[in-house]
Design a binder for this molecule. Structure first.
Ligand SMILES: C[S@@+](CC[C@H](N)C(=O)[O-])C[C@H]1O[C@@H](n2cnc3c(N)ncnc32)[C@H](O)[C@@H]1O
Length: 360
């Protein structure tokens, strides 16, 4: 997924910087702004026990599937309840869902050109909207009838979110749709297997506002990758949120936004971000705190340094990184530079410092 702020290309940088500050590759690693889950997945593979969290429900679903689970689901009940008519096992369940006849449901009616009479919103090709509706409804029916375990349910939702995003007719985010169907949007929506990492440890996933959650989660490492700028994830990924929740909201406006009160992040607001950062670092029980940020974020490097330094010893790792670009931006939008400096602020917390009762 071409997700804003996704850390996939930076995993080697994060791994080097974090591991060299740790005594061992063990303990609880809390990825409190988990997004697509790639950081949690990576540190899970390295041997950590992961706690992941995100305020967005679609991100919760992705993390339930790729971080929370340790083995591939069997889908045994889907087969048993249907007297062998339906397949079991990942491959066959996905093939079955991929072959369903399309249905004119919520996605088709709200996000496809054929489904809304004014011929407006074109987030998906008509046929993909119908495919998405048929698959999403079937997942929900299976769940209602008790044919899916929780893990199986989230696995299928995660696979559908990924499949829908691959064929979305957008310039990467859902703040707008394109006026013409782009090449990838014409390909058929197709569920694929979710990449899983097996470990013996139990991993946990939350769907909460992180500022309040952080003090309640015991952990050794707190990794923070908050939004860097004003772009709220709830408006940029509203279509994925609706597919994940399947609550069929009353959408509004040209872009078909869903109501999103309660999902706006304080990290996207210049006057609130430093206060939220301070609250989280104060509240965490982690000895090591790592914060990803970049040179164009709404908090300055100095502001972050000053905030973190109240709580212990801070140093900074840097690397050059390609700027996030929406697909249509690639050729015709002019930026100051193609590169930004990616920061990793590394704090070793000193328990005696920064405590409210110490008067500091
Ligand atoms: C920069 S992205 C994280 C990207 C992630 N590390 C990855 O590699 O995919 C920031 C994430 O923080 C989430 N978020 C923003 N504010 C939050 C909050 N107050 N509590 C929890 N999650 C929040 C957003 O939904 C978004 O997924």
């Amino acid at each position: 997924m071409n997700y804003i702020g996704r850390k996939f290309p930076l995993l080697p940088f994060l791994q080097d910087a974090i591991l060299k500050r740790m005594a061992s590759q063990q303990g609880i690693f809390f990825d409190v702004f988990a997004g697509t889950g790639v950081v949690g997945q990576h540190f899970k593979q390295l041997g950590f026990q992961i706690v992941a969290n995100d305020i967005q429900y679609y991100a919760y679903c992705l993390n339930r599937a790729c971080v929370g689970a340790n083995r591939s689901p069997r889908f045994g009940h889907v087969a048993r309840c249907s007297r062998g008519k339906f397949p079991s096992g990942v491959e066959r369940t996905l093939s079955y869902l991929n072959a369903l006849p399309g249905k004119e449901g919520f996605v088709y009616q709200n996000y496809c050109q054929g489904g809304n009479p004014d011929g407006q919103r074109m987030y998906f090709a008509d046929e993909n909207g119908r495919r998405c509706d048929a698959i999403r409804e079937r997942i929900e029916t299976w769940r209602r009838r008790g044919r899916l375990t929780e893990q199986e349910y989230f696995y299928l939702i995660a696979s559908l979110l990924d499949a829908a995003d691959r064929v979305a007719n957008t310039a990467s985010v859902y703040a707008a749709y394109l006026k013409q169907l782009k090449k990838t949007a014409r390909k058929p929506l197709n569920l694929e297997a979710v990449r899983l990492i097996r470990t013996q440890l139990r991993h946990k996933v939350y769907n909460e506002e992180g500022v309040g959650l952080v003090g309640r989660v015991p952990c050794d490492v707190l990794y923070m990758d908050p939004p860097y700028n004003q772009r709220q994830y709830c408006t940029n990924y509203h279509v994925l949120e609706t597919i994940a929740r399947w609550d069929k909201p009353r959408v509004y406006g040209v872009t078909g936004l869903r109501p999103h009160d309660g999902q706006k992040s304080s990290f996207c607001i210049k006057s609130k971000a430093p206060g939220s950062l301070e609250k989280m670092v104060r509240a965490t029980q982690a000895k090591h705190v790592f914060l990803s940020y970049n040179s164009e974020g709404i908090m300055s490097k100095e502001q972050i340094m000053d905030t973190l330094a109240q709580f212990g010893t801070v140093d900074l790792e840097k690397c050059n990184h390609g700027r996030f670009r929406a697909d249509v931006d690639r050729h015709n939008r002019v930026y100051k530079s193609n590169q930004v400096i990616e920061y990793l602020f590394c704090l070793k917390k000193d328990r005696r410092r920064g405590r409210r009762d110490s008067g500091i």
